[in-house]
Design a protein around this ligand. Structure first.
Ligand code: RFL
Ligand code: PHB
Length: 390
C-alpha cells in the first residue's frame, strides 16, 4: 500500500492531523496499536485552549464541542483557607478556555474520520518505521500473521510517550530532557454535580487537589498521592474523605460525593525530546513531550505541533515549499518549552514536595502571595493558561 503520510498513533494528535490533511486532499493512514474502545476508555484532558478549539472547527469536528463544551472565563486557586479567583478574561484580554473532555474530542475525531472514509487501522501490532532517513521511508505492522508494508512520503510519530517513533531516532541525534516529580495524581470521575461551576486548584499542606468537571452532571477530581500508592489503596470513601480535608471548609461542605466511574493514578513528569524531526519522521504531541497535568497544557501543546505540521505539509504538497517542514522542529520546540516552563511553574507552586526545606515552603507561599498581589503576575498566569499564540 502507498499513502502520502503515514501516521503512527490514533490519539487526538494523529486523528486531528489525518482529518485536516484529508480535507485538503492529502492521503493518510493512521496505525493505532489499541482498539477504539480502549482509546476511548482513557480519561485524560479536560481543558482546551481556544487555539485547539479553532483547529477542531477547521477539521469540521467542532459541532458537538460548541454545543456541549463549557466556556470558562476563570478558575480558582484555594490556599490557606482562601479561595482566590483568576479572572482569565480580565487578565488575558478577553480570552477563555473550553471545558470539553479529551474522550469526547477523540470520539468526535473518530466519527469525522469514519464520515470521510479515512483509513484508521486498529490493533496494529509491531508498528515499525523504516528508512526514515532516506527518500523512501516505509512503515510495517502486523495484522494477525500478515506483515503489511506501507510506503509513504512522510512518517508522523503521534504515538504518545510510550510509542515506537521516538525510539527509532538514532541515539546520537536525540537529546532528552526529563524531570520526574515525586508524586502522582489520583483521579476520580463521578456522575455527580461538580462542587463548583469553575475549576478549583487547591494548595494544601496534605498535598494538592483539583476540582474539575466534564459537564454540570459529571465531575472530575484529583488528589496528589505518593508514587508508591496504588488505586486499590484508595476506595471511594477514602478518596472523598482525603479530598474534603484538602478543600476550604465552604467547598468541602458543598461537595457531593458518589460512586467513582473511573479511578486512575498518573505519575507527573516533564519531558522533551529534541529534535522533533529525523529525516522524514516528524514527532508530534506526547511522543515528543510530556508535561505534568497541572497547567492543562499537554493536549494543547499537541495541538500546536499539529497546526505547524499541517501547514508545513500543505505547503509541501500544494506549493512544493519545504520551508515549513524544515522549520518545524525549531518552531514547535519554541512553543513546547514555554508550555514546559508554565506547567513546571504551576506544579512547583501548588504541590507539596516531601523533600522541600522550610525555606522552600516559605518561598512557595510567597510566590502565591505575590501572584494575587500583582496584576502583571496574574496576567502572565492567564496568558499562559489560555494558551500562547501558535
Ligand atoms: P496519546 O493520547 O497518548 O495518543 C497516542 C496514541 O498512540 C498509540 N500508540 C501506538 N500506536 C501504534 N503503534 C505503537 N507502537 C503505539 N504506541 C502507542 C496509543 O495507543 C495512543 O492511542 O498522545 P497524543 O495524541 O499526542 O495526545 C496527547 C494527550 O493525550 C495528552 O497530552 C493529554 O492527555 C495531557 N493531559 C491534559 N492535556 C491538556 O491539554 N489539558 C488537560 O486538562 C489535561 N489533563 C492530561 C490531563 C493527561 C493526564 N494523564 C493521564 C497523563 C490529565 C491527566 C490525568
Ligand atoms: C481535568 O479535568 O482532567 C483537568 C483539568 C485541568 C487540569 C488538569 C486536568 O489542569
Amino acid at each position: 500500500m502507498r499513502v502520502q503520510v503515514c501516521i503512527i498513533g490514533g490519539g487526538p494528535s494523529g486523528l486531528l492531523l489525518s482529518q485536516l490533511l484529508h480535507l485538503k486532499g492529502v492521503d493518510t493512514i493512521v496505525l493505532e496499536r489499541q482498539s477504539r474502545e480502549y482509546v476511548l476508555g482513557r480519561i485524560r484532558a479536560g481543558v482546551l485552549e481556544h487555539g485547539f478549539a479553532d483547529l477542531m472547527r477547521e477539521a469540521q469536528c467542532g459541532e458537538r464541542m460548541e454545543r456541549e463544551g463549557e466556556i470558562h472565563h476563570g478558575f480558582f486557586i484555594a490556599h490557606d483557607d482562601r479561595l482566590d479567583r483568576v479572572d482569565l478574561a480580565k487578565h488575558s484580554g478577553g480570552a477563555s478556555v473550553v471545558v470539553y473532555g479529551q474522550t469526547e474530542v477523540t470520539r468526535d475525531l473518530y466519527a469525522a474520520r469514519d464520515r470521510l472514509g479515512g483509513k484508521v487501522i486498529h490493533n496494529a501490532d509491531d508498528v515499525t518505521p523504516h528508512e526514515v532517513n532516506s527518500d523512501a521511508p516505509y512503515v510495517t505492522y502486523r495484522a494477525g500473521d500478515e506483515i503489511v508494508r506501507i510506503d509513504c512520503d512522510y512518517v508522523i510519530g503521534a504515538d504518545g510517550f510510550h510509542g515506537v517513533s521516538r525510539k527509532s531516532i538514532s541515539r546520537g541525534v536525540l537529546k532528552e530532557y526529563e524531570r520526574v516529580y515525586p508524586f502522582g495524581w489520583l483521579g476520580v470521575l463521578s456522575r455527580t454535580k461538580p462542587v463548583s461551576p469553575e475549576l478549583i486548584y487547591c494548595k494544601h499542606e496534605r498535598g494538592f487537589a483539583l476540582c474539575s468537571l466534564r459537564s454540570q452532571a459529571l465531575s472530575r477530581y484529583y488528589i496528589q498521592v505518593p508514587l508508591t500508592d496504588r488505586v486499590e489503596d484508595w476506595p471511594d470513601n477514602a478518596f472523598w474523605a482525603e479530598l474534603k480535608r484538602r478543600l476550604p471548609d465552604t467547598v468541602a461542605d458543598a461537595l457531593i460525593t458518589g460512586p467513582s466511574i473511573e479511578k486512575s493514578i498518573a505519575p507527573l513528569r516533564s519531558f522533551v525530546a529534541e529534535p522533533m524531526r529525523y529525516g522524514r519522521l516528524f514527532l508530534a504531541g506526547d511522543a515528543a513531550h510530556i508535561v505534568p497535568p497541572t497547567g492543562a497544557r499537554g493536549l494543547n501543546s499537541a495541538a500546536s505541533d499539529i497546526y505547524y505540521l499541517y501547514h508545513a505539509l500543505i505547503d509541501h504538497y500544494e506549493r512544493h515549499d519545504d520551508s515549513g517542514l524544515d522549520a518545524y522542529s525549531g518552531k514547535a520546540l519554541a512553543r513546547v518549552w514555554k508550555a514546559q516552563r508554565f506547567s513546571w511553574w504551576l506544579t512547583m507552586l501548588l504541590h507539596r514536595f516531601p523533600d522541600h526545606s522550610d525555606y522552600e515552603n516559605r518561598l512557595q507561599a510567597t510566590e502565591l502571595e505575590y501572584l494575587f498581589s500583582s496584576d502583571k503576575a496574574l496576567g502572565s498566569l492567564a496568558e499562559n493558561y489560555v494558551g500562547l499564540p501558535f
